[in-house]
Design a protein around this ligand. Structure first.
Ligand code: GDP
Ligand code: MG
Length: 904
């Protein structure tokens, strides 16, 4: 038996590097187990039908396989070369997803959990003890997956051997020892061979990873230069898919290339007058004089060489018009640092200013690092509740009160500190940059030299440059690929609509952004070609290299195409080349048809907890512009009429209440609602939005048994239900939905009102449910208990779902074969959770209930798994700690349960 606690204790005595090396070695040993067929019978033929290869990951098998390999190489990078390593939360997210997704498999989930635990061990924000803890789990998971094929004794030996070797070798030497010290068992070799064959059937270029893996198995020395190729995969390359990622790694290895992109972006945001432009000036060493700065029109881009690196940072200075922020999406995203500038002197409270802009960063910048600058401290002091802010926005890297006007004099010291911090962050984002082969890098260099004088590049010219540098035009990484990756990295913009132009590629983002913002700043919602030409004619500017940016008429069309691609505008129907920019329309909603207030109108709401970006409604309108009815549109929404269905809809934003509301009516309203819903979700894209979805509960679905008294209380009010909760209720076979006021609604009727039958079955709601639900969750092998436990519904405000789940859990426990002590403690725990239901909102309670449900199911299963149960228990405990005093008993009981789970 492998004793995890003992392993953890031993690992605590060695360095973090050694823990990581130990973890990744443990994880890698069990990788070939993924080759087992559905039935884990080693004696059965290991040749698996190609459709069955890595079946447990479904359609995402290639992505998750890559994830596992990347997890290993990421750990190896940590041990071998700290200087080119940065902890990446994304690795962690992907590896735990890989494990969750493989949960259907008897053995694969543990293989992935081992890799996931190994990634945990590298976490730079945690201490050495945590690394030892995670590494011990990596060993335990590898042991668990091996046990399922009776292979555990080999793992145990290897682990014990590793623990012995740890003391005498350095972490790097230890990592490069052969994976198996004794001869490798035949079974493992057989599996490994099958694994390699199966990978080959995927035809995705995984051989590069297999070769790295094989080096580790056999103890070949690791080539640090080569390792960079495996670890520098930026988001932009990842977005192109597994085959492209693998092909580029192979390409880099073969051509020994390692030219980094050497570009990063810094986005300066904050209210107007905060001092963004002044700060950029000060960073360039220029003098800032109070009152001398003209307001920034649109956006400015300036370059800044990052000290001690070859990286050029592009500083983007937004003029304050928030609607432009959506255009970020089209330029380099993965190497971006945000600077939020707040104005010490402004009337708006400092913390409120910061929060407002931090919400922006969260939505548009994802997990990009943020520095906060409190400017103008020469005139007023700045105070921020940094602890609260940092908790809410973990990407904040620091707060710098400073003065741009006194950056070289009295406040020099603070300014230098900020400059150092910014430099550090830019160096950090530059660590895992996109790498290019020498040939690719030559093309890039030539484009860069070409771009200041030429905003555009023709297709022929691009081919000429590729020919010159020997970029061939076939295989995975052909010229089309290069265009795509350059586009994603913001080096050279290209989109299909531009094929019609002779000059197909746009090289100078400054030309484009300046053009777009100039048009937007003209504040004219409807623009025809002539308007555009004359507005832009008046606008030529010089870039920082004193090159004139001019806008000849034939190029103006390019800007309008780009604006359509950014979803900033759309062509008006029969409009003789007229564009409409929703963001510039009036704010007043036009008069809408009276039918909308009809009883039959379906109402769906997206309610935002944080910030509701202003560009969403405009983008939605652009996406469906062909259906906008009779010019019934404004900055805040429009009326749409379906071209194929009999339905109309009013979709609008309410910024005051932070809502996006869709009201749909007509015979096919249900179907149209679902179409518009999908469009809205597509508009949200990968923005990190925080929202919930609500539907109006139709009165006709009210339970007829509802008391008159309650109905009276309701008056004319229409109640709402959370859409997802409603769907879950139906999936859970519940017949009734209990609203916030305690009224019961017939689930079947409510859903029938919103969703067509086909949509219901797509959502996994079966036809034969509704009401047939037994209160007792039956355990397959056991007799059904007659006793049911009831929790009074009278106290329920929050979550009916949670109450039902707890009730089911209690019943499950009663009939469970589990140990009596555990059963008793769990019952107490569940009762305390049930009590919380009347005290905390559903949003808070639902995750706790889910964890409790998982825990009970795990305890009740034939073969309970320790990590899973501990994991659920941790979830409950964390949530309880966050709730404070009210949830104290829960923490106490959880503490008592924890040691009992250790024996699983
Ligand atoms: P932006 O709109 O955020 O780009 O702000 P600007 O850089 O244009 O600055 C707004 C005004 O504040 C200008 O008149 C600046 O000269 C002034 N300003 C900038 N930094 C400071 C500072 O540190 N102290 C004081 N007193 N004024 C400043
Ligand atoms: Mg400015």
């Amino acid at each position: 038996m492998l004793d995890r606690v003992e392993i953890e204790a031993k690992l605590k005595e060695v360095s973090k590097d050694k823990c990581v090396a130990f973890a990744v070695r443990s994880a890698m040993r069990v990788l070939p187990i993924l080759a087992l067929p559905r039935k884990n019978d080693l004696k059965a033929k290991l040749i698996v039908k190609s459709s069955e290869v890595f079946w447990f990951w479904g359609n995402d098998k290639c992505f998750y396989l890559l994830t596992l390999f990347r997890a290993y190489s990421f750990d190896i990078g940590f041990v071998m070369d700290k200087s080119s390593f940065k902890y990446h939360a994304r690795y962690k997210i992907c590896s735990s997803e890989a494990a969750d997704e493989a949960d259907d498999s008897y053995y694969a989930a543990d293989v992935a959990f081992a890799a996931d635990a190994a990634v945990d061990a590298t976490d730079l924000t945690s201490d050495k003890n945590y690394a030892a803890h995670a590494a011990s789990y990596a060993a335990e998971y590898s042991y668990c997956s091996a046990r399922k094929i009776n292979f555990e004794s080999f793992i145990e030996q290897a682990v014990q051997n590793d623990l012995r070797e740890l003391a005498s070798l350095t972490a790097q030497e230890f990592l490069q020892q052969p994976l198996w010290t004794k001869t490798i068992s035949d079974e493992w070799m057989q599996l490994y061979k099958a694994f390699m064959e199966q990978i080959e059937t995927l035809n995705m270029g995984f051989d590069v990873w297999l070769s790295l893996y094989n080096d580790l198995v056999t103890g070949c020395p690791i080539d640090i230069n080569k390792l960079k190729f495996f670890n520098n995969i930026p988001q932009e390359l990842e977005a192109q898919g597994v085959a492209k990622v693998n092909a580029q790694i192979k390409n880099l290895i073969q051509n020994n290339g390692s030219q980094p992109l050497n570009r990063a972006r810094t986005i300066f945001i904050g209210y107007g007058e905060a001092g963004k432009t002044s700060l950029i000036r000060a960073l360039h060493g220029e003098k800032v004089v109070k009152g001398k700065e003209a307001m920034t029109a649109g956006i400015e881009v300036r370059e800044w060489p990052v000290p001690d690196t070859d990286i050029q940072a592009h500083f983007w200075d937004f003029g304050g018009q928030v609607v432009f922020h959506s255009t970020h999406k089209f330029f380099l995203r993965s190497s971006c640092v945000y600077v939020v500038v707040i104005n010490a002197r402004a009337d708006i409270n400092n913390s409120e200013q910061a929060e407002y802009w931090l919400e922006h960063v969260k939505v548009f910048g994802g997990s990009a690092p943020v520095l906060i600058v409190g400017n103008k401290v020469d005139e007023a002091s700045v105070h921020l509740q940094m602890q609260t802010l940092s908790q809410k926005y973990p990407n904040i890297k620091g707060f710098y009160p400073l003065s741009c006007t006194h950056a070289k004099t009295s406040h020099r010291h603070q300014f230098v500190q900020f400059k150092q911090a910014l430099t550090h962050e830019l160096q950090e984002v530059g660590i895992h940059q996109m790498l290019f082969t020498p040939a690719q890098a030559n093309v890039l260099e030539e484009l860069r030299e070409y771009s200041p004088d030429h905003a555009f590049l023709s297709e022929q010219e691009f081919h000429r440059i590729c020919d010159k540098h020997g970029i061939i035009n076939e295989g995975e990484l052909n010229r089309e690929w290069l265009v795509d990756i350059f586009d994603k990295l913001g080096v050279m913009l290209h989109f299909d609509e531009l094929k019609a132009f002779n000059d197909s590629y746009m090289l100078n983002p400054r030309w484009l952004t300046h053009g777009v913002y100039t048009l937007m700043n003209a504040k004219q919602a409807r623009l025809n070609e002539q308007d555009m030409v004359s507005i832009l004619k008046a606008a030529p500017v010089q870039d920082e290299h004193q090159h004139l940016l001019s806008y000849p008429p034939d190029k103006c069309l390019f800007i309008s195409k780009a604006m359509q691609r950014f979803r900033l505008c759309y062509p008006l129907p029969h409009g003789a080349n007229t564009l409409l920019i929703p963001a510039l329309l009036c704010d007043e909603l036009p008069r809408y048809p009276p039918e909308l207030h009809d009883e039959q109108t379906l109402r769906f709401e997206f309610a935002f907890n944080g910030f509701l970006p202003r560009n969403l409604i405009g983008e939605f309108m652009v996406s469906r512009h062909e259906e906008i009815k009779n010019d019934l549109q404004s900055q805040r929404g429009a009326v749409f009429v379906s071209k194929t269905l009999q339905a109309e809809a009013l979709v609008e934003a309410d910024y005051h209440r932070r809502l996006l509301v869709m009201q749909v009516y007509g015979r096919d309203a249900k179907d149209y609602l679902m179409i518009l819903y999908d469009v809205m979700i597509a508009v949200f894209g990968d923005l990190a939005l925080d929202y919930r979805e609500w539907v109006d509960l139709p009165r006709s679905a009210l339970d007829t048994n509802s008391l008159e008294r309650e109905l009276l209380k309701l008056g004319n009010k229409v109640e709402k239900a959370e859409y997802k909760q409603l769907i879950e209720t139906a999936k859970d076979n519940q017949a009734k939905f209990i609203s916030a006021s305690g009224l019961k609604y017939d689930v079947k009727k409510v859903l029938g009102y919103f969703l067509s039958e086909s949509e219901q079955s797509r959502q996994g709601i079966t036809n034969n449910f509704y009401g047939a639900n037994p209160t007792v969750t039956q355990n397959k092998d056991q007799q059904v208990s007659n006793q049911t436990v009831n929790i009074s519904h009278s106290t329920i405000h929050g979550s009916v779902l949670a109450a039902e789940k707890i009730e089911n859990c209690l019943n499950t426990l009663q009939s469970s074969p589990a140990d009596n002590d555990i059963k008793q403690l769990l019952t107490e725990l569940l009762k305390h959770i049930a009590e919380l239901n009347s005290k905390v909102p559903a949003k808070v309670l639902d995750p706790i209930t889910r964890d409790a449900e998982d825990l009970v199911n795990e305890v009740n299963s034939d073969n309970p798994r320790k990590r899973n149960s501990l994991f659920s228990l941790e979830g409950i405990k964390d949530a309880a700690i966050a709730l404070g005093e009210t949830a104290k008993p829960i923490i106490e009981i959880a503490e008592k349960i924890s040691p009992l789970l250790q024996s699983f």
